[in-house]
Design a protein around this ligand. Structure first.
Ligand SMILES: [Ca+2]
Ligand SMILES: [Ca+2]
Length: 341
């Protein structure tokens, strides 16, 4: 018995030592947070909340997308996700279409985009980089020099306001789960505010959504654990509806149990231009983001906000929402002040 106890003690000490060594190695690469910046108690919830119905209303979406307060007065951030539908050199050269896409992007502090360069990983890295640079340059023509920046990988990118957010640790997902198009991961910290979180953007392969959507939930847990940040926001084109995925009976997406995840874009949402009501585009959050989400979310229908008649496109898309994309942008709002983890 004595010897067994000794072995257990040595094993425990070894595990502790390895854990400390791992943390030590990890910290220099990861921007350590200032513990002083974390509030001892969350701010009163609900102050900035809006009903999902009101938030879905394009007019209220436009109002919420009005130029936000300066970083000094920043109480919340708006995060969007948009499948840009084969966003390559052809679409970037369509000036009227690009102008509307740039206006849409400016309604967010952080926007995850998919299909940059192509609908898979086939476009070259240089081509994808050039397309994103052209897009962000067009956004900054309106927003101001250097207001927006981006991080990207394969056909994904996060476009974000540099005056409100800092990005770190960006790169393609390299964890245990298998995805046809490896998601892009980045860590975001709201400047001078408690809110920080990991963002993971994905475009699932439609035919494999049944396997890849539940794998996203596991990847979120994995990243929270391996990177030491509880708040994980997974957003993108999940293909989580219709014939590709059984979304489940309620409003929460199947595969993301309510005890451990928050479905921000519910099953009732309609995120595609097609006549059928399909919630392909999603945002799933870890339970620890429940304290940070204001409750506001929405799906933007560009045709109800902007005149698209000049938008260039193909014979069946010019002048219509399809000139922009066959998807709608989806968004959610988060308090910058309440984060406790
Ligand atoms: Ca956090
Ligand atoms: Ca949190």
């Amino acid at each position: 018995m004595q010897r067994r106890h000794a072995i257990i003690l040595v094993s425990v000490l070894l595990v502790l030592a390895l854990g400390l060594a791992g943390a030590f190695l990890f910290l220099p690469a990861w921007q350590a947070r200032d513990p002083q910046a974390i509030p001892t108690a969350p701010a009163s919830p609900g102050a900035a909340s809006a009903s999902s119905a009101a938030a879905s209303d394009p007019a209220s979406a436009a109002a919420a997308g009005a130029p936000a307060a300066s970083a000094a007065g920043l109480a919340s951030i708006r995060v969007g996700s948009y499948n840009l539908a084969i966003f390559g050199s052809t679409k970037v050269a369509r000036t009227a279409t690009l102008a509307i896409l740039a206006r849409i992007a400016q309604t967010y502090d952080l926007l995850a985009v998919q299909e940059v360069g192509s609908n898979a990983s086939t476009a070259g890295d240089e081509a994808c980089e050039a397309v994103l640079e052209a897009f962000v340059a067009r956004i900054n023509e309106d927003a101001g020099p250097g207001v927006y920046a981006f991080v990207r990988g394969d056909q994904y990118a996060f476009i974000y306001r540099q005056d409100k957010l800092t990005a770190a640790k960006a790169g393609l997902y390299e964890g245990r789960e298998a995805f046809t198009y490896r998601p892009l991961l980045a860590y975001f910290q709201v400047k001078d505010r408690p809110l920080d979180f990991l963002a993971l953007t994905i475009h699932t392969r439609p035919g494999l959504a049944k396997a890849e959507v539940p794998a996203l939930a596991r990847a979120m847990d994995e990243l929270a654990s391996s990177l030491g940040e509880a708040d994980v926001l997974c957003l993108g084109d999940f293909n989580a509806d219709g014939s590709y995925y059984a979304e489940g009976p309620g409003q929460s997406l199947a595969g993301f149990p309510e005890a451990r995840y928050v479905t921000l874009i519910p099953n009732e949402a309609d995120t595609t231009v097609a006549a059928a009501s399909l919630a392909y585009d999603r945002m799933e959050a870890s339970a620890s983001l429940r304290e940070d989400w204001t409750g506001a979310w929405g799906v933007v229908r560009p045709g109800s906000l902007w005149d698209l008649s000049a938008c260039e496109g193909g014979a069946d898309s010019a002048g219509t929402e399809r000139a922009l994309s066959d998807h709608y942008p989806v968004w959610a709002e988060f308090s910058a002040l309440r984060d406790t983890d």
